[in-house]
Structure formats: C-alpha cells, structure tokens
Design a protein around this ligand. Structure first.
Ligand code: SF4
Length: 344
C-alpha cells in the first residue's frame, strides 16, 4: 500500500492532475470526489460508475485511505466516542456530541500532545506525531459514514493535540472540510492552549474560523503551572493576540476556563478574569474539572462554581457552566486512547 497514492491525501487540484495525467477526462475527477466525499466510498472497488477495468488500473497506483474504527462507545448522555486506528498503528479519538439539532464532532489534530497541561491525560503521553491533513479530515468523513443518513453539523478542534502546533496540516484540513464536506467556517471552532503567534497568523491562513482559548488561569504563576506553554507566551501576550483577532459581527471568542478546586476558582480569580477580558468580544465556558486517576487536582464545589460565574455575569459577561460530556465513557480528551492502551 505504501507506494500507492492515497487519494484522500490529494487536494482538489491534485485529484484533477492525477486524473488528467492518466489521460482520463476531467469529469472522472468530479466523480472520484463525489464518491469519496459524498458517498463515503472506502475503496476504489465501490466506485461502480467506473468500469472494472478502470478500477483495476487506478487500483494499481492509488487507493482510498481510511481510518480504522478500533472502538466505539456511547455514553448515557448521548455522547459517542470513536477510537480510530491510523496506517502506522497509532490511535486517535473523536467525540460526537449531539445537542438539539446540532451534531458536533470534536476531532484530534495530533497523536498525543507536547503541551503537557497538568489537568489533561493526553498531555501525559507527550507528542507522538502530527496528523496529516487527510487524517484530520477523515475523522469527519468516517463518523459521517457511520451515522448515515445523519451528518455532522459542527466541528471543534478540541480533541487530542494542539492544533496550532500542527498549523499547516490543520489549515489544509479545515479548507478541505469546508470545500469537500460542506461544513461552513462559522460552524468550525479551533481551540488552542495559547500559541500567540499562530493566533495572529490564523485569520490570514484560514479566515473566519471561530477561535477558542483554553485560558484556565488569571495569573502567570498559576498558568505556568497548569499550562507550561504560558512560560513561552504569558497571559499578557496571549490576551494581546486575542485583541487582534478579527471577528465578524455577532461572533465571539470562546474562553475555556477549567475550574480546579483551590487553584483557579476564587472570587479574586473571577474578578481578575473580568479585568483581563475587558473589551474582548467573548463568552466564557466554565468547566468544573473532571478529575482523572493519578492527578491530585480536584473539582470545586458547586458553591464556588456558581460564585465564580456570578462575578462574571454581574459584570455583563456571558458565562456558561459546562459539564464535560460523556464522563462514563472517558470522553475527556485522550482518555479513551489511554484506557485502550491500558487494555493492550
Ligand atoms: S489540554 Fe489540549 S493542549 Fe493541553 S495537553 Fe491536553 S491536548 Fe494538549
């Protein structure tokens, strides 16, 4: 398989070049794109619009790559988690979150992650490798194929990995998700731990994508501890990048704030957060920590969660309390992969 071309790794133009280079008419490229991205063909054999001869001819030099479904778990709250196997034997996960008429897929951008956030299980394994654009895109295609005739409506890049640390492949994947799968940019959100220079670069490379920041602290001392990336891009630099992020009317930056008992959940933290975010069009998601085995970090009491939220709403900020979805299937980032590897 290794010497053949994976057709899913090709951009639209390259698919056309590939077809033309074989002396075939251009409409064959349209058919190929239609079968791969709208009819979810997982092999050339399925493309019945091509003659057997043509399928065999193309099959000698190309194939349609697919993520393998290694595990699929459904939570009591409707969240579904998929563990996908990659061609090199690595695994990644995606989480499907149904909410009213929305079907949001949380996708991974790397195998593991180098950011080392102290509250995250994925960070513990370190970075194994970047995902290729087609592997990012194929999480969406694979889940769409599995949930047919339903379709994913929204995408969040909030799974395993730091998307900004795999910038080119992520941007390429986002463009293809919009072009091939037809999910509009305003329904795609990229979440980052705070790679400030890439926040400034993103609007030029992929305009109008929604931005979410995993902030989680209001002082550098605490953020340095929770998210080591802060030592490189401290809060002041990160907030400055947010102020420069161009927003269309009605759009807001999402600020993710994981509340951890005794670490970042005081009323003083809430007041500092109000001051930090002053003048930034944003909404704040407050996420009480979903503690995992082996970590000393704890979930705060409901009283402190509500008190934190009140400071924000009293200051006319939008602040919602969000529970991690799918806790019974370990749907917080990296956890299914962790438990799968534990079983091996
Ligand atoms: S929270 Fe995100 S950025 Fe931080 S270690 Fe986990 S996957 Fe990486």
């Amino acid at each position: 398989m290794s010497n053949r071309i994976n057709l899913k790794s090709l951009s639209r133009d390259k698919i056309f070049n590939f077809i033309e280079a074989r002396g075939l008419p251009r409409y064959r490229a349209d058919q190929l794109l239609n079968w791969i991205y709208e009819r979810y063909a997982s092999s050339l054999e399925e493309i019945t619009e091509f003659s057997k001869d043509l399928r065999t001819r193309l099959g000698e030099i190309a194939y349609i790559g697919n993520l393998a479904v290694v595990d699929r778990q459904r939570s009591s709250d409707g969240t579904e988690k998929f563990l996908f196997g990659l061609e090199d034997g690595q695994t990644i996960e995606s989480v499907l979150i149904p909410d009213k008429d929305r079907l949001t897929l949380c996708i991974s951008s790397q195998v593991g992650c180098a950011m080392g956030c102290s509250f995250c299980l994925t960070g513990k394994s370190g970075l194994l490798r970047n995902l290729r654009a087609w592997e990012i895109l194929d999480q969406v295609l694979s889940v769409n194929r599995l949930i047919k005739p339903k379709k994913i409506t929204n995408i969040v890049l909030m799974g395993m990995g730091e998307p900004m640390a795999n910038f080119e492949e992520v941007v390429d994947a986002l463009k293809r998700i919009v072009l091939f799968i037809g999910i509009s940019k305003r329904k795609i959100t990229l979440s980052t731990a705070g790679l400030a220079p890439k926040i400034i670069e993103l609007p030029k490379a992929a305009p109008d994508i929604n931005l979410a920041i995993s902030l989680n602290a209001t002082t550098d001392a605490v953020r340095d501890r929770l998210m080591p990336i802060n030592r490189k891009y401290p809060i002041r630099i990160l907030i400055d990048a947010l102020r420069r992020y161009p927003l269309k009317p009605m759009r807001k930056i999402t600020i993710e704030y994981v509340l951890i008992a005794g670490v970042n959940d005081s009323v003083e933290d809430a007041r500092r957060l109000v001051r930090l975010l002053k003048g930034i069009r944003c909404k704040v998601n407050l996420i009480p920590l979903n503690p995992h085995e082996g970590s000393a970090l704890q979930r705060p009491s409901d009283v402190s969660v509500f008190a934190f939220q009140k400071v924000l709403t009293d200051n006319k900020m939008t602040a919602l309390i969000r529970e991690s979805k799918g806790q019974d299937i370990l749907a917080a980032c990296g956890q299914l992969r962790g438990s799968y590897e534990g079983k091996q």
